[in-house]
Ligand binder design. Structure first.
Ligand SMILES: [Zn+2]
Length: 172
């Protein structure tokens, strides 16, 4: 875009910052001609290609309604679902793609749903990944168990109290 001050047709990006919700990028630009700085905000368009080939704009509401079914009877609130939909949108947008397969949306839903509620996760995964036998459930459950183990190991390390830098008695 033109420099808003001198209309020079080029500018250099000096800083890029993603907004807190991850949905837009603010760029600080500098004009090489007059040296003045200005900001631009960039928001990506995002479309979903459904299995039928139909393209439709990404919608958090659709994510929520899709996941809500799997959460029936589970201690999951509307705001949990809204947070999940936001995370999914952030994940998808971070790929930088302007068109995303419906399949990738499903994949992006799985990790935050697993963190939210494992039963809902299993239900969603069973439909989305087309589980057709007990073995499929067993594999998924084994994976969850393995991750539990890994996670608690990681947590132990992270939560370990840092070694204090206690003042020593024999200071000069
Ligand atoms: Zn300029």
């Amino acid at each position: 875009m033109f420099c808003p001050f001198c209309r020079h047709p080029d500018s250099r990006v000096v800083d890029s910052r993603t907004s807190d919700d991850g949905l837009s990028i603010r760029r600080r630009r500098q004009c090489p001609e007059c040296g003045r700085r200005f900001s631009t905000t960039e928001t990506a368009s995002l479309n979903i290609i459904k299995r039928s080939g139909v393209v439709e704009p990404f919608s958090r509401e659709k994510i929520v309604s899709g996941v809500r079914k799997a959460c029936q009877g589970r201690p999951v609130t509307d705001s949990d679902l809204a947070m999940l939909a936001q995370k999914v949108e952030e994940t998808i947008r971070q790929t930088g793609a302007s068109q995303v397969d419906a399949n990738d949306i499903g994949l992006a839903i799985l990790p935050p749903l697993r963190d939210l509620d494992e039963v809902a996760y299993l239900r969603f995964a069973s439909v989305y990944q087309g589980f057709d036998s007990l073995d499929d459930f067993e594999t998924a459950i084994t994976q969850l168990r393995t991750e539990h183990t890994n996670r608690s190991q990681t947590r132990t390390t992270e939560d370990a109290p840092s070694v204090g830098t206690a003042p020593t008695a024999n200071q000069p």
